[in-house]
Design a protein around this ligand. Structure first.
Ligand SMILES: [Zn+2]
Length: 385
């Protein structure tokens, strides 16, 4: 199918109910096209087409889709007249006699001579009117029956038990749902926090009650006060709009705000934000999203590649922090908490007793570590700290 006649396009757009002015614009676009031919690397001449639109014209794909409506309509008419039957997936559902996908079309009919002839005449009618050259023999030249392969995800041959044929849909759905439920359970486990009141109902050794992820003594004035008059309760930790901000302690809220105030280009602030939000595509994240990969850190091969690992305590990363003379937390970078690590670094950046160069280098070092990780993963080139 190569060509579409201009007058066919125009009449069809009119029949489809487009406004006259709009049709004029479209026709003006189509009929003002000119082509040049590349000959020995030089372009030659302006060829003005006089009849049809061609493949390659950016407007063409859309017009082709609209024009296919005419073919669909012809096929529908044959169906209404009882000349085509199509196939039904169950006795009560409508029959499907064609499927269109990009530039492929699939027609379904009873395996009889009369239905074959009907499809042939539909194609010829459409071809004659639109100017599209349809190779009828090719379109209907069925050399062999459908095999066990699939076409657009569906079995080519619909023979025998539909239950068996379509069972793969059920299996696929079950697999997906299982994945979702497991992911949901994991998320629930991570996101639920114990709100400590009088402490009676909580097991502080086993339950999630410290939002930073790592046990620590209260060390900031902003840490939340415990109200002993209240009973313990459970809150959801992954929301910023929790009732009266109960689950996002002041310290955490402050860090989220502070990352936008650091002195760095916005791409680096955004990078801080992405790290803190957990949206960097490290292997561990990809794995929890259901992508089947080995999550081992490619740089050290010792641990899973999480955001907190790859940017901070991983060997190469730690060397880069040290070489840049940026103070590391006394007990080392946290293995699990991006929050604690970034909290420390924002502290370094705001520490007036440190040299300006060192303070300003912090976001750049973190960015370079990430870039080095990417070139290792994507280009397999190892950059030296
Ligand atoms: Zn590592």
């Amino acid at each position: 199918m190569v060509e579409l006649l201009w007058n066919f396009v125009e009449i069809l757009l009119e029949k489809l109910g487009f406004a006259r002015a709009w049709i004029r614009w479209v026709m003006a676009c189509i009929s003002s096209v000119s082509y040049a031919v590349l000959l020995n690397s030089h372009s030659h001449g302006f060829i003005r087409p006089e009849r049809g639109i061609r493949q390659g014209d950016p407007l063409s794909p859309f017009l082709y889709i609209l024009c296919t409506e005419a073919l669909v309509n012809v096929l529908n008419q044959s169906k209404t007249q009882g000349k085509l039957h199509g196939i039904k997936l169950s006795s009560s559902c409508p029959a499907v006699h064609h499927l269109l996908f990009a530039d492929d079309s699939l027609r379904m009919c009873d395996a009889t001579v009369s239905e074959r002839e009907e499809i042939k005449s539909c194609l010829k009618l459409y071809g004659d009117a639109s100017g599209q050259k349809i190779e009828i023999q090719e379109a209907l030249g069925i050399m062999k029956e459908g095999s066990e392969r699939t076409y657009l995800g569906l079995p080519e041959c619909f023979k025998g038990s539909k239950k068996d044929l379509l069972n793969f849909i059920k299996e696929m759905l079950e697999g997906r749902l299982q994945g979702c439920i497991l992911h949901g359970k994991e998320l629930l486990k991570q996101g639920l926090y114990r709100d400590i009141g009088n402490g009676v109902q909580s097991n502080v050794w086993a339950e999630n009650w410290i939002i930073d992820g790592i046990p620590r003594p209260p060390m900031y004035r902003e840490d939340r006060e415990v109200n002993l008059a209240l009973e313990d309760s459970v809150s959801w930790g992954f929301t910023k709009n929790a009732p009266d901000n109960r689950v996002l302690p002041p310290l955490e809220k402050k860090l989220w705000n502070n990352i936008w105030k650091i002195k760095a280009p916005s791409k680096l602030k955004h990078f801080f934000w992405r790290s803190l939000s957990g949206v960097l595509a490290v292997k561990e994240r990809l794995q929890t999203r259901g992508i089947q990969i080995d999550a081992t850190c490619q740089s050290c091969g010792a641990r899973a590649e999480s955001i907190s690992h790859v940017l901070f305590p991983c060997d190469k990363a730690r060397q880069m922090w040290e070489l840049a003379n940026i103070p590391i937390p006394p007990a080392g970078f946290s293995v699990n908490s991006v929050f604690l690590n970034i909290f420390h670094l924002v502290g370094v950046m705001n520490n007036n007793s440190l040299e300006m160069n060192i303070r300003r280098a912090v976001p750049w070092v973190m960015w370079q570590i990430w870039k080095a990780r990417n070139s290792l993963v994507f280009k397999n080139t190892s950059l030296s700290p």
